[in-house]
Design a protein around this ligand. Structure first.
Ligand code: SF4
Length: 264
């Protein structure tokens, strides 16, 4: 407990807590805080006759105070909850370490799996440090990780360069009316297609729905099962002209381009 006051004017104990954290607590947090509630319980254990207790938090960085209090029922609930937690902890057989700001104050760092090796390394002379198996593993891993990042960046830049070449190859193919561009050992196979396709549900749900409604009304929906590109490819050509006219406004005409490197 940071401070315990007896206030003569209110005839009340006051439990004070000083916070130096960078975040300002809220009134809800003060009203549900366990720490000062537990101090209140401890006070009642020592002096069972005490009545109300004022709980006060001083946020030093913000020069602000929060106050709260606990009823007997709230204290009973808190006690029950704490006992539950204690039982859970006592029944626990697995205690995974959890790195937090509290580690700086922890006296178990020399046996904690998160700190044991770094702490042991801190005191080694530089030669012994470099020869430590763990240090060598980390060093090798870090070098490979760095190499990997370098390669990933290189791949991104290679793909950007390839994309520029693809654009130039499409232009070349169109200008010269060719689908295959010859190279010394490989060739570029160019595919430029004009395609008509219906709208996709995720790109234009309104048009997709409108088209679906027309097809259901015209009893053509069963033929296609759903609105997709295959529907247009394989079915529409066989449909009556007036139906095709009705759905035409929803159909998109697109040019798709693809390129493939093939061996000669
Ligand atoms: S150093 Fe202490 S507080 Fe931090 S994870 Fe290990 S045991 Fe927990």
């Amino acid at each position: 407990m940071d401070r315990l006051d007896w206030n003569d004017k209110t005839n009340m104990f006051e439990i004070h807590d000083y916070k130096v954290t960078g975040s300002l607590m809220t009134q809800e947090e003060a009203d549900s805080d366990w720490q000062l509630g537990l101090y209140h319980i401890a006070l009642k254990e020592k002096w069972p006759d005490i009545k109300a207790v004022k709980l006060v938090w001083h946020s030093l960085l913000y020069n602000t105070e929060f106050t709260s209090s606990r009823t007997s029922v709230q204290l009973e609930d808190l006690q029950k909850n704490v006992i539950e937690e204690i039982k859970k902890i006592e029944e626990c057989t697995d205690f995974p370490p959890h790195k937090s700001a509290l580690c700086d104050w922890c006296s178990y760092q020399l046996i904690c799996p998160l700190w044991k090796h770094p702490k042991a390394m801190e005191v080694l002379p530089i030669n012994e440090y470099k020869n430590d198996t763990g240090v060598q593993l980390v060093t090798k891993y870090a070098i490979l990780d760095n190499d990997k990042k370098g390669l990933q960046e290189k791949i991104v830049s290679i793909e950007a360069e390839q994309h520029k070449i693809e654009e130039a190859a499409f232009e070349f193919a169109e200008k010269n009316g060719v689908y295959v561009i010859d190279g010394p050992e490989t060739q570029l196979k160019i595919d430029i297609k004009k395609e008509s396709r219906p709208p996709m549900k995720n790109e234009d749900p309104e048009s997709w729905q409108a088209l679906r409604d027309i097809l259901i009304k015209e009893k053509k929906y069963e033929e296609v099962s759903t609105i997709n590109s295959n529907m247009f490819k394989y079915r529409v050509r066989a449909w009556p002209r007036d139906l095709v006219e009705k759905i035409k406004r929803y159909i998109r005409n697109e040019i798709t381009k693809s390129i493939r490197l093939i061996k000669k």
